[in-house]
Design a protein around this ligand. Structure first.
Ligand code: DX5
Ligand code: ZN
Length: 217
C-alpha cells in the first residue's frame, strides 16, 4: 500500500482557513490533520470542537484528529459528533488506554495511539492490537515548524517489527513533526504509512505541489 498524506493546519493563518481547506480539498492529500491542544498536556492551545465542526462542513477529506489533551476520553464523543474518522490519543495522557481505544472504535472511528519522542515503542506491546494505527511524534508535541528528531527512524522499525510479530499486516504508522521533502522518502522506507506535514506544506510556494511531492516521494 502506498503511503498517505495528512496535512496539518496548525500553523496556517486562520483568517484564511476557507482557502486552506480548498487547497487541501483540491490536492492529493488523503486526510486533514487536526491538532487539538489543551495548554496542559502540551504548552500550547490550538483550537477545539466548534472549529472542527465548522471545518467538517467545508472539508472533503477524512478528518484525522490528534488529541494532545489530558484525559482525552472526555472528548471522544465530540470527535464523533464532528465527523472525525481517525482519533489519536497520547499514551502519556491516558490512565485507561485500552478502554479509550475501545470507546473510539465504538463510535466507528479509527483509534490511534500517539507516543511522544521519549516514549519507547515497547509500551505498545499490550495495546497495539486494540488500535488501528500508531502516531509517532517526531518533534515534542505543541508546535509546528520544529526540527525532526532522527531517532524516529529506529522507532518506526521497532513498531513495524512488533506489528508484524503480532500479525498486524500493513499496520499504519503515522509520523508527525518536522516531515519534509528531504526526510519523507526515508521515513516511508523505514515503514511509515501516513506522513503529517504542516510547515513543509503551508510554507511552500505551492502547497498542493508539496503535497504531491510528499505523496510520490
Ligand atoms: C505538533 C503537531 C503537528 C504539527 C506538525 O505538536 O502534532 O501535527 O502541526 O507541524 P510540522 O509539520 O510543521 O512539524
Ligand atoms: Zn499532530
Amino acid at each position: 500500500m502506498s503511503h498517505r498524506i495528512s496535512p496539518s493546519i496548525l500553523g496556517v493563518d486562520f483568517t484564511e482557513l476557507g482557502k486552506v481547506l480548498n487547497i487541501i480539498n483540491e490536492s492529493e492529500a488523503d486526510y486533514i490533520h487536526l491538532d487539538v491542544m489543551d495548554g496542559v498536556f502540551v504548552p500550547n492551545i490550538s483550537f477545539g470542537f466548534p472549529v472542527i465542526k465548522s471545518i467538517s462542513s467545508h472539508i472533503g477529506k477524512p478528518m484525522d484528529a490528534h488529541l494532545m489533551i489530558t484525559d482525552p476520553d472526555r472528548y471522544v464523543e465530540r470527535c464523533a459528533e464532528c465527523g472525525c474518522s481517525m482519533v489519536s490519543v497520547h499514551y502519556e495522557a491516558c490512565t485507561h488506554l485500552d478502554r479509550i481505544l475501545s470507546h473510539i472504535r465504538e463510535y466507528g472511528m479509527k483509534a490511534g495511539i500517539a507516543l511522544n519522542p521519549h516514549t519507547p515503542a515497547s509500551v505498545l506491546e499490550y495495546s497495539i492490537e486494540k488500535a488501528d494505527f500508531v502516531l509517532l511524534m517526531s518533534v515534542n508535541p505543541g508546535f509546528g515548524g520544529q526540527k525532526f528528531i532522527s531517532s524516529t527512524y529506529r522507532k518506526i522499525e521497532e513498531v513495524r517489527k512488533m506489528a508484524d510479530r503480532l500479525g498486524l499486516k500493513d499496520f499504519p504508522i503515522e509520523i508527525d513533526g518536522g516531515v519534509n521533502s528531504d526526510n519523507a522518502g526515508k521515513l516511508v522506507n523505514a515503514g511509515a504509512g501516513i506522513l503529517v506535514a504542516g510547515n513543509a506544506v503551508f510554507n511552500a510556494p505551492n502547497p498542493s505541489e508539496m503535497i504531491r511531492l510528499l505523496k510520490w516521494c
